[in-house]
Design a protein around this ligand. Structure first.
Ligand SMILES: Cc1cc2nc3c(=O)[nH]c(=O)nc-3n(C[C@H](O)[C@H](O)[C@H](O)COP(=O)(O)OP(=O)(O)OC[C@H]3O[C@@H](n4cnc5c(N)ncnc54)[C@H](O)[C@@H]3O)c2cc1C
Length: 429
């Protein structure tokens, strides 16, 4: 493949910045489209709330970042690093092993300027349409809008890096939720605990954000009731907060607003806060049905990256979840860059497709829901495989730390693990 391919990268978050760096290293021509005025994606904290706090109204003013003000990383700096640019070797203003979000943004700005990626970014430029324009699937039209001015350009390849932690996902299967008339919001629009002072709050979801936010709200709220599907959550009163309880799922909500949990407990609450994760959305992409997005599955994607029929000219970075995003994103970006520069070949379209189909069938046999399609369950073999395609070596110390971190979470939970790691590896947490 020729070295002068013109490649559009959509988004300047971790994925877009890393993809741009790798593509540039392969001497490809790169243009990064970024709808915001700044880089960093989700790590660019935004105190604004969306006009619809649940995030379902398609006409709402969209805010990209889902961070809350007090958010600290839930992975150690070492596991949010790149091979030749390590977060653990950089300290800007927060030396902790699990620093606040501001530190991550400074690291990403530093990364972009060090590798001269910033100059490739067209800020305030929102991509509104990406379409294949020729039958050989080698030319894409990219339509974008910069401050109200539309432009249309042709590219040889497109790398989609638009993030998938911004579009609230709301499983509305709670009987009676449609009659709930009091406050209801998604964690995407949670910033600070103050609005919940003296309230009774029901938090749905026990992922890292749900747990973190519930604890923060418990500092000011009258009561916090967490509802979780997970069998790993210890039900009953919290050990650490005397105004927090853990319940199983909500059974139903009665017409007068009484929330009834499956453990028989019931309460009239002021607010329901959904910490139920995010959907994948690629609203600008039209592939005539080749790539389909359903809830949390996008596909078919070979190794979560290439749609076989459009490979290697169309690719996606950062789709896997339950993973180590920075490490995975770097391996994927290098694989895409080497594929586009011709250093690495992909299997045939049929082989790639049959691998995806096989995976879908295995999931079905095991009874795994489609929403788990891109969950890596923190397995390191995906990263190893991806790295091996380009000869990229993920250091043993990083792999060991990742494996230890996961083992630790399974033993003592995320909070306990963060404490243990901070003490074990450093003393400045
Ligand atoms: C609450 C929360 C906490 C997290 N904590 C951690 C953590 O501690 N450690 C960790 O490693 N990961 C964490 N993550 C995961 C995090 O999402 C990834 O680390 C990473 O930031 C994902 O980067 P991305 O580039 O894929 O997406 P994003 O950061 O979302 O970037 C996407 C970019 O694309 C731009 N964009 C989107 N659509 C368009 C368009 N049409 N045109 C132009 N530009 C567009 C957006 O403006 C944005 O800049 C967390 C996620 C959440 C939600």
């Amino acid at each position: 493949m020729t070295n002068s391919l013109k490649v559009a990268v959509i988004g300047a978050g971790v994925a877009g910045l890393t993809a741009a760096r790798e593509l540039q290293r392969e001497s490809l021509q790169v243009v990064v489209f970024e709808k915001s005025h700044q880089l960093g994606g989700i790590w660019a904290y935004d105190s604004r709330l969306e006009s619809d706090l649940l995030g379902v109204d398609p006409k709402r003013d969209v805010v990209h970042s889902s961070l809350y003000k007090s958010l600290k990383t839930n992975l150690p700096r070492e596991l949010m690093s790149f091979t030749n640019f390590k977060f653990c070797e950089k300290v800007y203003s927060d030396p902790r092993m699990f620093p606040g979000h501001e530190e991550v943004l400074m690291f990403l700005r530093d990364f972009a300027s060090h590798f001269e990626v910033t100059k490739l970014i067209r800020f305030n430029t929102m991509v509104t349409r990406v379409e294949v324009v020729d039958s050989s699937n080698t030319k894409f039209v990219v339509e974008s809008n910069t401050n109200g001015v539309n432009s249309v350009e042709l590219f040889d390849a497109v790398v989609v890096c638009n993030g998938h932690n911004s579009e609230p996902r709301l499983p509305m299967d709670i009987p009676g939720i449609e009659t709930w008339s009091r406050k209801q919001m998604h964690s995407h629009n949670y910033r600070v605990p103050e609005p919940f002072r003296d309230e009774i709050v029901v938090v749905i979801g026990s992922g890292p954000s749900g747990v973190d936010i519930a604890k923060e709200i418990a500092m000011v709220a009258k009561e916090v009731h967490m509802s979780s599907r997970s069998s790993l959550v210890k039900l009953g009163k919290s050990d650490k907060f005397n105004n927090m309880w853990h319940h199983p799922e909500i059974k139903c909500i009665s017409r007068d607003g009484l929330i009834i949990f499956q453990d028989g407990f019931s309460i009239y609450a002021d607010t329901i806060l959904h910490c139920t994760g995010y959907k994948i959305q690629v609203p600008f992409l039209n592939t005539n049905g080749i790539v389909r997005v359903e809830d949390k599955r996008i596909g078919p994607l070979y190794k979560h990256v290439f749609p076989p029929q459009l490979a290697p000219r169309l690719s996606f970075v950062g789709i896997p979840d339950q993973s180590f995003p920075f490490l995975i994103i770097e391996c994927q970006s290098r694989w895409i860059a080497h594929t586009l520069s011709g250093k690495v070949s992909l299997p045939s379209e049929d082989e790639m497709l049959s691998e995806v189909v096989k995976r879908y069938e295995e999931m079905k046999e095991k009874g795994l829901p489609e929403k788990t399609t891109h969950q890596l369950r923190f397995q390191l073999d995906y990263m190893e495989w991806m790295g091996a395609q380009t000869g990229m070596v993920v250091e043993k110390s990083i792999k060991d730390m990742a494996a230890n971190f996961i083992q630790c979470i399974m033993t003592v939970g995320l909070d306990g693990c963060i404490d243990m790691f901070s003490q074990m590896y450093r003393s400045d947490h």
